[in-house]
Design a protein around this ligand. Structure first.
Ligand SMILES: Cc1cc2nc3c(=O)[nH]c(=O)nc-3n(C[C@H](O)[C@H](O)[C@H](O)COP(=O)(O)O)c2cc1C
Length: 206
């Protein structure tokens, strides 16, 4: 084995001061998920095990590592909203990750305003320039290679409505960088902020 490579098998530990996994698979977009329980109690929390998985219909998903309030709520109602976490909203996003009891509304905790959705009952974050209204399609409990179940659930939802602040549409084209999205890196505190300097273009081979 090469001395130039740090090799490890995760089941035996990584042998480093910090687990590099999150820093390698990163930076990751953030699923800033609003949900509510059957009684209408609101919840908001960030999930960086988040991504888009399909175009038509658009499907997004996030993983709840452990059974969290968002998962419990979404199981009850079948709905959630995704909100874009931007640089101006970074501190509020972070506050909404506080381990608060189910009856605590993280919108209030983080000083954010719930805005009514059009199709689902769950409100969006008014301060966020982009939101998706989502209806759950699947909730999949993850498992190891030997099929032993792990206490992590992948929540997938179809995007049934999209809200975009018009200032992010330049001649009708969505300007990713202008929104200043924030992305999660590794370690306890690393984030990345996206701006125009991060952009390069490359077309697919014909
Ligand atoms: C940027 C960021 C990303 C996070 N990503 C995840 C994640 O992917 N999965 C997860 O289970 N928790 C994640 N967390 C922790 C949850 O946000 C935290 O446990 C929160 O309290 C869950 O809220 P809930 O119980 O109201 O759903 C993340 C926290 C932060 C700040």
């Amino acid at each position: 084995m090469s001395d130039a490579i740090h090799y490890y098998e995760p089941s035996n530990g990584h042998g480093l001061p910090h687990d590099p996994f999150n820093a390698i698979v990163g930076p990751r977009p953030i699923g800033w998920i609003s949900s509510q329980d059957a009684q209408g109690r609101l919840n908001l929390a960030p999930y960086s095990f988040f991504n888009a998985f399909n175009y038509i219909p658009p499907i997004v998903g996030f993983a709840s590592v452990g059974r969290k309030d968002s998962l419990n709520n979404i199981e009850q109602t079948g709905e959630f909203a995704w909100n874009l976490a931007t640089r101006p909203l970074a501190e509020a996003m972070n506050q909404s990750s506080a381990a608060a009891p189910a009856e605590i509304n993280e919108f209030e905790l983080a000083g954010l305003t719930p805005a009514a959705s059009r199709i689902i009952q769950v409100p969006r974050v008014e301060e966020s320039p982009v939101s998706f209204e989502c209806k759950v399609t699947q909730i999949i409990q993850l498992q190891r290679a030997d099929q032993e179940l792990v206490p992590t659930w992948l929540v997938l939802g179809e995007v049934v409505a999209v809200h975009i602040a018009k200032w992010l549409l330049k001649d009708g084209v969505y300007d990713t960088a202008a929104a200043e999205p924030i992305l999660r890196g590794g370690g306890p505190a690393d984030y990345f902020q996206l701006g125009p300097e991060a952009l390069f273009k490359m077309f697919r081979p014909r």
